[in-house]
Structures are given as structure tokens and as C-alpha cells.
Design a binder for this molecule. Structure first.
Ligand code: B12
Length: 215
């Protein structure tokens, strides 16, 4: 459990662009055996959602929001390394955002989760052109493709992408997540047999352990 005081200290440091202090807070939490999921959700996700609210009310500049995003991105990457524990799986996950989707931190966290579970990952980040993703899936034959969609305008692109993946690789397992589909919109995915909506990291954890061979 991350205390309110630690969270507020972290948020304040993030808003000031103080990367060293943010990193130190994270190191302290890792040394106190706080699980990766808690650091991702209670520190990184919570602070970025808060910055989103502040930005909406013009209480945070676009520059500060960009700096906070870059600090968070780098900490997501570096923090997951502390949790690599020699687990090995031959499985492969391709994690990506759809075309014109620029929100990539959620997808980065998802890739980090697969990595600490021993999976191989190919993380493509934001704004991945559909045709190029389809080619990659045909070539690499991943066990799962994870797609992130946060901006609601992009839901039509998500559905087009899923249709295209089904046409070229009909058995491909797909997981989808992100804020665009929270609040009931994930119903639109129920017609696809190989597509699962995963709303949070708790559910992702269950999905990964159910899909990973016992060690
Ligand atoms: C940073 C940010 C940006 C940055 C992103 C930079 C980057 N490199 O990622 C920039 C400046 C590019 C940006 C642009 C825009 N943004 Co913006 N942005 C944000 C902000 C502040 C934080 C996003 C973030 O990193 N969150 C933290 C991550 C960790 O959370 P997450 O993405 O939800 O991920 C979690 C889950 O959803 C899930 N998950 C996510 N993906 C996946 C995938 C899989 C497979 C699985 C299993 C799970 C999963 O797991 C994650 C961990 O729990 C949010 C505020 C917010 N509430 O998030 C607004 C927000 C997302 N943005 C918003 C908007 C409107 C925009 C713009 C339209 C603004 C504009 N007028 O230009 C553009 C659209 C760009 C585009 N086409 O994509 C809205 C979206 C509303 C909506 N749902 O449609 C939000 C919610 C702000 C708001 N309050 O209105 N943004």
C-alpha cells in the first residue's frame, strides 16, 4: 500500500519536473517490497490521471504535462527491471496502440507486466500503422496481441484493425484495454470470439497466469 503522503510527494515532484526525486521515491518503494502493480497503478497511473484533470481545468500547462509523461515513461521502463526475476516463457506478446492513438503509457505498463512474467514482448508504442502491424503479426505469430485505445474517437479504428487481423490471421488471440472502452463500451467487442477486453492490471495478471505454462 502506498501512503497518501508518498503519493502527494511523488505528484508534487512530477509536477515540478523533478525526475531525480521521482526516481528516488520509486526506489524507496521497491526497497520496501511494494509490488510492481501498486507502483504502476497507485503512483504512475493515479498521478497521470490527476494531471489529466488539472490540465482540463488549465491548472497544469501542456509543457508540465509533457514533462510528467516523459518522466513516467522512463520510470515505467526502469522500474520493471527491478522485478525481472529470471522467470522464462517462450511465449510472445505484441503490444501496441492503434493508428492515431498517442496515449502509450498504458500499453508500456502492459508490456512491462508481460516482461516480468517472463514473456518475450514486442512493444510498438503509439500510432502504429495498421498495415505494418498486420505484417508483423503474420511474420512473428505472437501468442497474444495487446491493443491499447484511450481516445474514444479511435474506437472505429480499433474495430477496423480487429477486422483486418481476423481476415489475415483468423485464430489470433487479442486483448484490448484502455480508457476509450471503459464505462460499458467494451460490449462492442463481444461479437469477436478471440478478443478479450481487459480493464485493469488485476485482470491482466490473471490473464497472464492463465496463459503461462506452470513454472
Ligand atoms: C499524457 C496524456 C496525453 C499525451 C500522451 C503522451 C504519451 N506519450 O502517452 C498527449 C499530449 C499526446 C495527449 C494527447 C491527447 N489527449 Co490525452 N491525456 C493524457 C493523460 C493526461 C494521461 C494519459 C496516461 O498516460 N495515463 C496513465 C496510463 C497508465 O493509464 P491508461 O492509459 O488508462 O492505462 C491503464 C488502463 O487503461 C489499462 N490499459 C491501457 N491500455 C491497455 C492495453 C491493454 C492490452 C490492456 C490489457 C490494458 C490497457 O492498463 C493501464 C494500467 O492500468 C490523460 C488523462 C487520463 N485520464 O489518463 C489524457 C486523456 C487520455 N487525453 C485526452 C484527450 C482528449 C487528448 C487529446 C484529444 C487532446 C487534444 N485536444 O489534442 C489528444 C489525443 C491524442 C490521440 N490522438 O491519441 C482525454 C481522452 C478522453 C477520451 N477517453 O477520449 C484524457 C482522458 C484527458 C481528459 N481528461 O479529457 N494526451
Amino acid at each position: 500500500m502506498i501512503s497518501e503522503a508518498v503519493y502527494l510527494h511523488y505528484l508534487d515532484s512530477l509536477l515540478k519536473g523533478d525526475k531525480k526525486q521521482c526516481a528516488q521515491i520509486v526506489i524507496n518503494l521497491v526497497e520496501s517490497s511494494i509490488p510492481l502493480k501498486e507502483i504502476y497503478v497507485q503512483l504512475f497511473q493515479r498521478s497521470m490521471y490527476r494531471i489529466g484533470q488539472m490540465w482540463e481545468k488549465e491548472r497544469c500547462s501542456i509543457a508540465s504535462e509533457h514533462i510528467a509523461t516523459k518522466i513516467t515513461e522512463s520510470l515505467i521502463e526502469s522500474t520493471s527491471r527491478y522485478f525481472l526475476n529470471g522467470r522464462y516463457s517462450s511465449k510472445l506478446a505484441v503490444i501496441t496502440c492503434i493508428d492515431k492513438e498517442y496515449h502509450e503509457l498504458g500499453a508500456r505498463m502492459v508490456a512491462g507486466f508481460f516482461e516480468v512474467s517472463g514473456w518475450n514482448t514486442l512493444y510498438l508504442g503509439s500510432n502504429t500503422p495498421q498495415a505494418s502491424l498486420i505484417e508483423l503479426i503474420k511474420e512473428k505469430k505472437p501468442d497474444v496481441v495487446g491493443i491499447s485505445n484511450n481516445f474514444y474517437i479511435n474506437i472505429c479504428r480499433l474495430l477496423k484493425l480487429i477486422d483486418q487481423i481476423h481476415l489475415s490471421t483468423p485464430d489470433q488471440q487479442i486483448i484490448v484495454g484502455g480508457q476509450a472502452l471503459s464505462g460499458g463500451q467494451s460490449e462492442i467487442l463481444s461479437k469477436y470470439p478471440n478478443v478479450k477486453y481487459i480493464s485493469c492490471l488485476d485482470e491482466l495478471e490473471k490473464f497472464i497466469s492463465a496463459s503461462s505454462p506452470a513454472n
